[in-house]
Design a protein around this ligand. Structure first.
Ligand code: PLP
Length: 376
């Protein structure tokens, strides 16, 4: 089976982790690797501060906690995303309000934001979905006008840029995931980036159970969201490789584009209007002209030894989120349609051209035999 993703961990990472363990950097409280990784990654993003945490979910939850909002306040979130984005609001007793997707980029539709703002709206979490950068100029303009804090969900967009700036450097905070399938990984892990020294200080306090003096007497209810030193040691090695990984991700996407552009009924990912799309995963959407539905196509690919994943279930359809007091029902027809029609193909940055060709030819063949013509 060709997997949707394969981690690429080499001897250098293994050696760095082993050395960190030998130095005693087994927890999140000691050693040099964590501050070095934080500095290197923040620097890469063009930010002053990086706060390493235990996952992307923890980064989002902590970033929202740092805003000190009142229970029942509302946070706008992209409808099409991993549930972790909305849970960041949920676990802070806030109401996540989904913003439907834009049909071309699959990111949140900026035209819908102002219509969803109420007197309780305090913040917005745009997701740079699959590595496609959101138009952050326009989003920040709307946010400023309505006094909303911006937390970027960059779990899938390490190194993506809007104009010349990296994602994670536009909002008050940017939240990254270093889960195994992300552009760079520490196995599990995450990072918050910010240019605000007060927020950086607060985030560091909150991630470490809010220890102050005297030790063990706590004024603030914090969290243990620490990253371990040996994870950070791995992150440092991965950080040095990030541009190479992104170049390969773009190569994979452009190769798929070339092989799939003439398959009728398949919508391919849109390129970034302004900036760099990093193609964390290569997603496609199946239209009626394809001649069969997404589920059947996925099943046929599976039979052919090709693993795929559906797009995300939109936040307006998540039963778990409907339990929040103050829940607002919002229709998201575009995100719902993406959930029904979208899926992503094997997208490892190590995928050779030959394999991409094989996968694409299998799709073209299925399209032809389902009655749809390949037009070139
Ligand atoms: C858009 C998005 N946000 C948040 C997360 C959560 O990150 P983690 O799995 O590291 O908790 C993920 C993915 O895993 C994601 O894709």
């Amino acid at each position: 089976m060709i997997p949707v993703f394969e981690p690429d961990i080499g001897e250098e990472e293994i050696e760095a982790v082993a050395e960190a363990i030998r130095r005693g950097e087994i927890s999140g409280s000691f050693g040099e690797s964590i501050p070095r990784f934080e500095e290197a990654f923040a620097d890469y993003c063009g930010c002053e501060y990086g706060i390493a945490v235990s996952s992307g979910s923890a980064a989002l939850q902590l970033a929202v906690a740092a805003l000190d909002l009142k229970p029942g306040d509302e946070i706008l979130v992209s409808a099409s995303t991993n549930i972790a984005t909305a849970l960041a609001a949920y676990h802070n007793n806030l109401v996540p309000v989904p913003v439907d997707s834009e049909p071309r980029t699959w990111n949140l539709n900026l035209d819908l934001i102002e219509g969803l703002i109420t007197p309780r709206t305090r913040a917005i979490i745009p997701v740079h979905l699959f590595g496609h950068p959101v138009d952050m100029d326009r989003l920040c303009q709307i946010a400023r006008k309505h006094h909303l804090a911006v937390i970027e969900d960059c779990a899938e967009s390490h190194g993506a840029t809007f104009r010349d700036r990296k994602t994670g450097s536009f909002g008050e905070m940017g939240c990254f995931s270093f889960y195994a399938n992300k552009i760079i990984t520490t196995g599990e892990g995450g990072m918050i980036t910010t240019n605000n020294p007060k927020l950086a200080e607060k985030l560091k306090l909150l991630r470490n159970l809010a220890f102050t003096t005297p030790r063990f007497r706590h004024e603030i209810a914090g969290y243990n969201f620490r990253m371990t030193g040996y994870q950070a040691a791995m992150g440092l090695v991965q950080c040095n490789k990030i541009e190479k990984v992104i170049a390969e991700k773009i190569r994979v996407a452009k190769t798929y584009d070339r092989f799939l552009e003439n398959v009728r009924g398949l919508t391919l990912p849109a390129p970034a209007n302004s900036g760099r799309h990093v193609y964390w995963m290569y997603g496609v959407a199946v239209q009626p002209e394809f001649g069969m539905g997404r589920d059947e196509l996925q099943a046929r690919l599976r039979e052919a030894g090709i693993d795929t994943r559906t797009f995300f279930c939109p936040m307006n359809l998540q039963p778990a989120l409907q339990k929040q007091s103050g829940y607002r029902s919002v229709k998201c027809p575009v995100a719902e349609s993406l959930w029904q029609t979208g899926f992503y193909l094997p997208s490892s940055h190590t995928l050779p051209e030959k394999t991409i060709r094989e996968i694409s030819e299998t799709i073209s063949h299925i399209a032809e035999t389902s009655g749809t013509k390949v037009t070139a």
